[in-house]
Design a protein around this ligand. Structure first.
Ligand code: NAD
Ligand code: UDP
Length: 336
């Protein structure tokens, strides 16, 4: 019989792609999302892709009654927890919103799981917990340090999960540290829909290529990197989604475990690499200007992916060309 998985934040960017991957792997998915950064249309799009409508509950993860009701109505075996706020800049202006949604929200969710005796939990952490890397590639043993409230919420939830794991037997927990998720489902039915001016590179580049914004500002070309611009480990969101399916399989095979694993490709690309590849696939010009470094940015960051291969039997398969092609197709589909 198909296992039921609760996906919090399942209408969002990574959650929607993971819901597709889970359904295609034979899981039944119930999405819980308050739609603060997504829309109902995403659920219809998921159904268009997979032919299966995921269950949907519009609720906040901080709402204990709603969580209890979900766990009573569905026999949930595992929870994949994406719901939360994610804008680094905003987190410095509204730290309490971030601690409330991301830390308190996770605590409320875990309390409801404890009550319902559900002990399989997959958490969206981030490579931001590594701070400014002391060495590359970054292994999971790299010391953690954070410089903003968003990053701190990830670090605190990671620690809460470790405390729960130590306190109670039977928990199967995966803390997944994502590098830079980009791209979209190849159908162009779901993707990333940033509200307002995008903070992240890829959606910004896509909007410049589309003519919706005039110029990309490149934040610094004086880093100690091959071309001076920042280097990141971009990972296709469908690869990332498959990483969650692999993590769920892994958890199901353990009596108990606390796994912490990087999800990246292991390869770094510069801002200029991304701009050039995007121009090539879109056949559109991406005008840019070099401006000052963005406060808090690091020079370079990419993952050591050995542990993911070893423990999950998973590795990313899509290259930056495919990432740009899928992001471009999504950009074209989104533009009226
Ligand atoms: P997203 O904003 O697209 O998705 C988050 C979803 O959660 C949205 O649909 C939103 O409506 C929902 N949500 C937010 N707060 C909620 C709450 N209190 N109750 C219920 N629903 C709520 O973001 P995403 O890019 O898909 O990120 C998913 C997770 O991955 C987040 O936890 C994020 O911090 C983490 N992450 C993202 C990135 C990235 O670059 N996108 C990198 C590392 C980690
Ligand atoms: N970047 C840029 N201009 C932008 C957005 C991002 O030059 O408008 C650069 C940024 O300095 C970094 C890279 O692109 O080197 C990736 O930035 P993003 O915000 O997407 O991810 P993060 O910094 O969180 O890794």
């Amino acid at each position: 019989m198909a296992l039921n998985v609760l996906v919090t934040g399942g209408a969002g960017f990574i959650g929607s792609h993971t819901t597709v991957a889970l359904q295609q792997a034979g899981y039944q998915v119930v999405v819980l999302d308050n739609l603060c950064n997504s829309s109902l249309a995403v659920l219809q799009r998921i159904e268009q892709i997979t032919g299966i409508a995921p269950g949907f509950v519009q609720a906040d993860i901080r709402d204990q009654h709603a969580l209890e009701a979900v766990f009573q109505a569905h026999k949930i075996s595992a929870v994949i927890h994406f719901a939360g706020l994610k804008a680094v800049g905003e987190s410095t202006q509204k730290p309490l919103d971030y601690y409330d949604n991301n830390v308190n929200g996770s605590v409320q969710l875990l309390l409801a799981m404890q009550q319902a005796k559900i002990k399989t939990f997959i958490f969206s952490s981030s490579a931001t917990v590594y701070g400014d890397p002391q060495e590359l590639p970054i292994t999971e043993q790299h010391p953690r340090s954070v410089t903003n409230p968003y990053g701190h919420t990830k670090l605190v939830v990671e620690d809460i999960l470790e405390s729960i794991y130590k306190a109670e037997t039977g928990w199967r927990i995966a803390r997944l540290r994502y590098f830079n998720p980009v791209g979209a489902h190849p159908s162009a039915l779901i993707g990333e829909s940033p509200q307002g001016v995008p903070n992240n590179l890829m959606p910004y580049v896509a909007q410049v290529a589309m003519g919706q914004r005039s110029t990309l500002q490149i934040f610094g070309n004086d880093y100690d990197t091959p071309d001076g611009t920042g280097v990141r480990d971009y990972i296709h969101v469908m690869d990332l989604a498959q990483g969650h399916v692999a993590a769920l399989h892994y958890c199901q095979q353990q009596e108990q475990d606390l796994l912490t694993v990087n999800l990246g490709t292991g390869q770094g690309y510069s801002v200029l690499d991304m701009v050039r590849t995007f121009e090539e696939v879109s056949q559109a010009k991406v005008d840019y200007e070099i401006v000052a470094r963005r406060a808090g940015d690091i020079a370079a960051c990419w993952a050591d992916t050995t542990l993911a291969k070893q423990k999950l039997g998973w590795q990313a398969s899509k290259n930056i060309k495919t990432m740009c092609e899928d992001a471009w197709r999504w950009q074209l589909a989104m533009t009226p």
